[in-house]
Design a protein around this ligand. Structure first.
Ligand code: COA
Length: 504
């Protein structure tokens, strides 16, 4: 059965144990592993590497598509295997080491990593380790639940280790569309003009002689850890739906909107879930991750097609989709992340992008990555690829965090991932700021009036008013701009005065 999945027969003799495969690595190597937001990661070789590192020094630069599941980042961090990590992560143990300066983390736009590899701007991949459903008759690698950067890792690496996951349904074959852009400076346009179009191959084309090891595995992907919608996220979804409805009525959008992208995490998932209560029909997605909300919309019939780079689902949705993959496959495609996130394609398709901010400021600059301006949370991921090139760039956030001790709308963001130029709409549970065509002072009034929590609204109005008296195109009081962040650092709350206790 597992042998049937290696259709190029001469490769069958390269099957080995994960421990044997782990001996192929050398200290200091750059390794490109499959895996994108917990989907399609390698499930045996990383653990054998970690085990080897308990006996001898073994440090690597680890590149992936995005974050990994199965605690791989945690275990590789605990065994000191990861010296350098590119381009995204979301693991608490790794995060601690990054913030302690013990692991070098290169936080990159997800569309960019393989461009830099291809042009030799960053160290080449020595070994690619790719989870696969099967190997085709010509040695092509059929990925599993994500494509991420696997295609270019495999094409560019000197050696490839394939992990065939025998528990992944064979029906995953045909889900993927592997297109690799031609080389610069004579690159041709990417011929993708609609989300459902296929422009590549259903497998990663590689020289089979580079496949030096095949390891058999059977572990499932880690389930997604997003939380269900709550009152605030439902309110955010409601404001966004109402806004989009007005755009349709004004003739600026059709009832099927434009292709949608939704970011990772609880808030973006909940906002997309809110589309179930919307009047929109025949929706399409062109995104990087498909979460539970995508499956709900597909099942509801409201979403007709979804293109992405990975499928990251809760346990029940994962079982539903993989158990009925032949049916879902007709309405899904997985692409390399440089294509799902490609600026050229995003701009051409005219996406409505919905990404999450940790905090935004009164002018619309957005911080998605750095808590308190210094401590890395996850990374920019694809949010920059999408926001900069969107037809309509939406950022969502709850107006407060940590029980109101933090305002997510601040005078000046403590770190900038998305500038005011990349932000069209900001939505919190209190309302929506439509920033299109507005000058900085007009933007500030919209954001303060519509998006801030009442706990902080007067303080922001006061800051803005005093700043405008000092003048400027984008008025600020530089000596006070980070006072809220400093207050939180020193007293545990951004609030100037603690609110009066409410009488029962
Ligand atoms: N300051 C400090 N912490 C904050 C904060 C702020 N202004 N705003 C939120 N947080 C905390 C929350 O309290 C929560 O902490 P917890 O995990 O201890 O409970 C955590 O950040 C996550 O926030 P949550 O409200 O649950 O939102 P989320 O799950 O939707 O994640 C981001 C939000 C910003 C962390 C996440 O979307 C992200 O990493 N985005 C960047 C990458 C990206 O956008 N990729 C998408 C492209 S497809």
């Amino acid at each position: 059965m597992s042998m049937d999945r290696i259709r190029l027969q001469r490769l069958r003799e390269r099957i080995m144990s994960p421990e044997e495969a782990a001996l192929l690595f050398k200290d200091g190597m750059t390794v490109g592993m499959s895996g994108f937001t917990r989907a399609g990661d390698c499930k045996a070789v990383p653990f054998a590497l970690a085990e080897r590192a308990t006996r001898e020094p073994l440090k690597i630069t680890l590149m992936t598509g995005a974050s990994l599941g199965n605690d791989i980042d945690k275990i590789l961090t605990e065994t000191n295997v990861i010296a350098r990590r590119i381009p995204f992560q979301s693991d608490p143990t790794l995060r601690r080491k990054i913030n302690a300066g013990e692991v070098a983390f290169i936080d990159q736009h997800l569309s960019e990593t393989v461009e830099q590899l291809r042009s030799g701007q960053i160290a080449p991949v020595d070994i690619a380790v790719v989870e696969a459903t099967a190997i085709t008759e010509n040695g092509g690698i059929v990925p599993t639940t994500s494509v991420g950067n696997s295609a270019s890792f495999a094409v560019l690496a000197k050696k490839i280790i394939v992990e065939i996951n025998v528990k992944m349904p064979e029906g995953l074959e045909g889900l993927h569309d592997i297109y690799i852009p031609t080389y610069r400076p004579h690159r041709l346009p990417i011929p993708l003009i609609s989300p459902e179009q296929r422009i590549g191959l259903p497998y990663i084309p590689v020289d089979p002689e580079k496949i030096v090891a095949i390891v058999l595995t059977e572990k499932a992907d880690s389930p997604s850890n997003v939380l269900p919608p709550d009152n605030e996220t439902n309110a955010i979804a409601g404001h966004l739906n109402e806004f989009l409805y007005h755009e349709v009525k004004a003739g600026r959008l059709s009832p099927s909107l434009q292709p949608l992208q939704a970011g990772i995490g609880t808030i973006a998932n909940a906002v997309l879930h809110g589309m179930l209560d919307s009047p929109f029909r025949d929706l399409k997605m062109y995104s990087e991750v498909l979460q539970d909300s995508t499956v709900e919309l597909l099942d509801d019939g409201r979403l007709t097609f979804a293109s992405a780079s990975s499928i990251t689902l809760s346990k029940s949705a994962y079982e539903r989709v993989l158990g009925d993959i032949e049916r879902y496959k007709r309405r899904l495609v997985l692409r390399p992340q440089e294509i799902s996130n490609h600026p050229e394609v995003i701009r051409r398709l005219g996406l409505i992008t919905i990404n999450t901010a940790l905090e935004c400021d009164i002018y619309g600059n957005v911080n998605s990555t750095h808590v308190g301006g210094t401590h890395m949370m996850n990374g920019i991921g694809g949010s920059g690829d999408f926001a900069r090139n969107a037809h309509l760039s939406v950022f969502v956030t709850k107006s407060i965090a940590k029980d109101g001790k933090i305002s997510s709308v601040v005078p000046m963001v403590s770190h900038v991932d998305h500038t005011e130029h990349d932000t069209d709409i900001i939505v919190t549970e209190h309302g929506l700021a439509d920033l299109r065509g507005l000058a900085p002072r007009e933007r500030a009034r919209q954001i303060i009036d519509n998006c801030t929590d009442p706990l902080y609204r007067d303080a922001l109005r006061d800051y803005f008013l005093r700043a405008t008296k000092r003048g400027g195109h984008t008025p600020h009081l530089l000596q006070e701009a980070f006072a809220w962040h400093l207050r939180y650092e020193q007293s545990g709350s951004m609030l100037d005065k603690q609110p009066e206790p409410a009488f029962a």
